[in-house]
Design a protein around this ligand. Structure first.
Ligand code: ZN
Length: 166
């Protein structure tokens, strides 16, 4: 029986992500992207479009912001004193920790009047995403992958997922 993409399968893809008419990200057959289907490893619109597909399928998936990285939230900014971020430059990414110890990445969007404005929107918030995808391979996830909620493949190392904290 042919394997189809469904929950708990590890899927290898080659894909090109196009945003605003430009290539944003590219994975090819020699260096494929692997993910665990049904575990929210990829944006919901892409995961839904891949459900039920088989190896060899090629498709173009257009994902609106709502099924991608969400709408751009004009409120999702925070202001800091310049003295708190002395090295700040516009366009520079910063990592900040909340009270519970979660790390957030933001991008410095403005520096004026002794204040630094940090944008916490995901970089692709508000963008329509176009994926040109080829399904390369599908396999069962192993128990460790299911427990971790992600694939252990070429694309990811456990460091990317902070497994040592689990
Ligand atoms: Zn893991």
């Amino acid at each position: 029986m042919t394997d189809t993409i469904q929950k708990d399968k590890v899927v290898s893809l080659a894909y090109t992500l196009i945003v605003d008419g430009e290539v944003y990200e590219e994975w090819d057959a020699e260096d494929p992207f692997e993910y665990l289907h049904g575990a929210e490893n990829v944006v919901p619109g892409l995961e839904a479009a891949l459900q039920g597909r088989v190896a060899g399928d090629k498709l173009t998936v257009t994902v609106p912001p709502a099924d991608g990285y969400g709408d751009y939230d004009a409120e999702d900014f925070q202001e800091f004193e310049k003295s708190e971020l002395p090295d700040a430059e516009v366009g520079m990414p910063v990592m900040l920790e909340d009270e519970e110890g979660y790390l957030f990445e933001g991008l410095i969007s403005e520096i004026s009047g002794g204040k630094v404005k940090v944008d916490f929107n995901p970089p692709l918030a508000g963008k329509t995403l176009t994926y040109e995808v080829e399904v390369l391979a599908i396999r069962d996830a192993d128990e460790e992958e299911l427990a971790h909620g992600h694939a252990h493949g070429m694309a990811w190392s456990d460091e990317d997922w902070d497994d040592d904290e689990e």
